[in-house]
Design a protein around this ligand. Structure first.
Ligand SMILES: [Zn+2]
Length: 111
């Protein structure tokens, strides 16, 4: 049986991993740890959810940038590229919601 990468608990197959994006709820198949409840949608399912989001227009433009993280005060810092800063009208007061989908991290500025 597969072990959880987080806590080494037993992984069980599930078909009810819920993913909420912009008010749309998607149900994904994957595995869930019996112990820590961490959910791991299958890569194929994650991709399907991204494709659906693209069709619904709730996924940002195809845009992939690479950035290194820096460390400050014991925490990791991600620098937002300036074109994204302008496009989303970001500033230090904007709150960012962080969502984990499979092996991706989604950053959503609050409106
Ligand atoms: Zn676990």
């Amino acid at each position: 049986m597969k072990k959880c990468p987080v806590c080494e608990g037993n992984m069980i197959q599930v078909e009810d991993i819920t993913l909420e994006l912009e008010g749309y709820v998607m149900i994904l198949k994957g595995e869930r740890c019996e112990q820590c409840r961490e959910e791991f949608p299958y890569e194929k399912e994650t991709q399907k959810a991204i494709d659906i989001s693209h069709k619904l227009g709730i996924w940002p433009e195809p845009l992939k940038l690479k950035r290194h993280l820096s460390r400050s005060g014991g925490g990791l810092i991600l620098r937002i590229p300036s074109d994204i800063e302008k496009q989303f009208k970001l500033n230090e007061k904007v709150e960012i919601a962080i969502t984990k989908i499979g092996n991706k991290i989604i950053l959503e500025p609050e409106k």
